[in-house]
Design a protein around this ligand. Structure first.
Ligand SMILES: Cc1cc2nc3c(=O)[nH]c(=O)nc-3n(C[C@H](O)[C@H](O)[C@H](O)COP(=O)(O)O)c2cc1C
Length: 387
C-alpha cells in the first residue's frame, strides 16, 4: 500500500527533528519538516510557556510534542513525591556523588535527598506530572504526540483520538513494535542503538527492516527510522529500506539555535562516534550520551552502580545543574564531567550550522542519494545489468 506521511501530517519533507529546544522545533517546522518538542525535561508550567512560544513562532506549520512516559517505573506511584523517592536512595550513592563532584571542584555540600534542584518534585516521569503535561499539550494545536518509553498510557491514546492527533512511539526491537501496534499507535519511530538518549541494542540498519518485516506488506502503521541519521544520504538509505521518513535528534544539538551550553557544543563538534557511550549513569536506563568523567565513574569499578529510573535521575538532575553551572563559570575540571545525551552520528558533524542549513543539506543529500540509486537502477553505469 502507499502511505504518504507528508500528506497525513501536512509537511513538505519527511524529516522529523526531536529537540528539547523550542527554537529548533519552530525552525524545522517552518522549513518544511516537523519539529517535535521534547517535553520530558520541562515542568508543566514551563511546558505551557514553551508551547505558547512555539505557537507564536511556527507560522501555522505543524509541530509535535514528545512526552517521556515509562511503561514500568521503579518505585513509582501517584502518592509518592520525588522527594519521598529521593529519601530511599542509599547514602552510598549520595556519598559517591558528593565525592565525584568534589574531585572536580564542584560544590557538593548540599547534595542529598532534600536538594531537588530546579525541578523540585517535577520529575517528568512521575504520574502526576505526566497527567498535568497531557492536560497542557492537548490545549495546543499539536499535529503529533509521541511517547518515549514503552506503550503510551490508554489515556494518552484516547485523548489523541478525540483530537484526531496521530500517536507515535519509540521502539528499538521487533516485539516492542508489535505491542505498540496492538495498543493503537499510528507511527512507529524505530530507533537503532546508534541513537542519542534511551536506546536498545540493535542497529538502525537491522531493526528497521526487522520491524517492517514484522508489520508485513499491508501495514497501516507508519514507520520512521531513527538512530545515527545525520545526512540526507542516510535518510535516502533508510527510506530505501522501506521507512516512511527519518526521525532525528543529535544532528540538531550543535546548531546555533540549540539550547546546549557552549562547553557541550564544543565537545559535540570535537566528538568521534565512539565518544557517544551507552550508560545507565544518567537516568537508570541504558541511554546514549557523551562519554565524560561522570559516565566513566558511574560505570567504573568503584561505583555503587546506577539505580533504576527514576532514582538515578533524582541524583543526576541536580548534580548536572551544578556541573553545568560550574563549567559555565570557567571551572575546567567540572568540564570533564559535563555530558549530554547524543548519538554516535555526532562524529559526522564537524561544524556549527543553523537549522535551516541543516534542513537544506538534508534535502540536497536526499536528492543526491536517491539520484545515485536511480541511476544505478536505470543501469546508467551498467552496474544493474551485470547481475
Ligand atoms: C539530547 C537528546 C534528548 C533526547 N530525549 C528524548 C526524549 O526525551 N524523548 C524521546 O522520545 N526521545 C528522546 N531522544 C531520542 C530522539 O527522539 C531520537 O530518537 C534520537 O535522537 C534519534 O537518534 P539520533 O540522535 O542519532 O538522531 C533524545 C535524543 C537526544 C539527542
Amino acid at each position: 500500500m502507499t502511505m504518504n506521511i507528508c500528506a497525513r501530517l501536512g509537511i513538505a519533507f519527511p524529516l522529523f527533528a526531536f529537540s528539547h529546544c523550542r527554537d529548533v522545533v519552530a525552525a524545522v517546522s517552518r522549513a518544511g519538516g516537523m519539529g517535535v518538542f521534547g517535553a520530558g525535561s520541562h515542568t508543566p508550567e514551563e511546558l505551557e510557556a514553551e508551547l505558547a512560544w512555539i505557537d507564536a513562532h511556527v507560522d501555522g506549520k505543524p509541530y509535535g510534542v514528545d512526552l517521556v512516559v515509562p511503561e514500568h517505573l521503579a518505585g513509582g506511584g501517584i502518592d509518592r513525591t520525588a522527594t519521598d523517592l529521593a529519601r530511599e536512595i542509599p547514602d552510598a550513592h549520595w556519598q559517591f556523588t558528593r565525592d565525584l563532584l568534589e574531585q572536580h571542584g564542584v560544590d557538593a555540600s548540599q547534595v542529598g535527598p532534600e536538594d531537588r534542584g530546579k525541578f523540585g518534585d517535577n520529575v517528568s516521569v512521575l504520574p502526576e506530572v505526566v497527567e498535568a503535561s497531557l492536560d497542557i499539550v492537548f490545549r495546543h494545536p499539536i499535529a503529533l504526540i509521541a511517547n518515549a518509553l514503552g506503550v503510551p498510557p490508554r489515556a494518552m491514546i484516547e485523548r489523541a483520538r478525540q483530537h484526531q492527533i496521530p500517536v507515535a512511539a519509540l521502539v528499538g526491537a521487533r516485539e516492542h513494535a508489535l505491542r505498540q501496534v496492538e495498543a493503537g499507535v499510528d507511527i512507529l519511530v524505530v530507533q537503532g542503538t546508534e541513537a542519542g538518549g534511551h536506546c536498545g541494542e540493535v542497529s538502525t540498519l537491522v531493526v528497521v527492516p526487522d520491524v517492517l518485516d514484522a508489520l508485513g506488506p499491508d501495514r497501516t502503521t507508519y514507520v520512521l527510522a531513527a538512530g545515527g541519521i545525520m545526512t540526507g544520504r542516510q535518510m535516502a538509505a533508510v527510506m530505501a529500506l522501506g521507512a516512511d521518513g527519518a526521525w532525528t535528534g543529535s544532528v540538531w544539538l550543535p546548531t546555533v539555535e540549540s539550547e546546549v551550553p557552549q562547553a557541550v557544543r564544543e565537545k559535540l563538534i570535537a566528538a568521534s562516534p565512539r565518544d557517544a557511550v551507552r550508560s545507565r549513569s544518567r537516568t537508570g536506563k541504558p541511554c546514549r550520551q557523551l562519554r565524560s568523567a561522570w559516565t566513566e565513574a558511574w560505570d567504573g569499578p568503584a561505583s555503587p552502580g546506577p539505580l533504576p529510573m527514576p532514582m538515578q535521575q533524582l541524583i543526576s538532575l541536580p548534580a548536572f545543574e551544578r556541573i553545568d553551572r560550574a563549567t559555565d563559570g570557567g571551572n575546567q575540571s567540572a568540564r570533564a564531567l559535563s555530558s549530554y545525551f547524543v548519538g554516535q552520528g555526532i562524529g559526522l558533524v564537524h561544524e556549527v550550522s543553523d537549522c535551516r542549513q541543516v534542513y537544506r543539506a538534508f534535502v540536497e543529500g536526499f536528492a543526491a542519494g536517491y539520484g545515485d540509486l536511480d541511476r544505478f537502477a536505470q543501469g546508467g553505469d551498467g552496474s544493474a545489468d551485470k547481475g
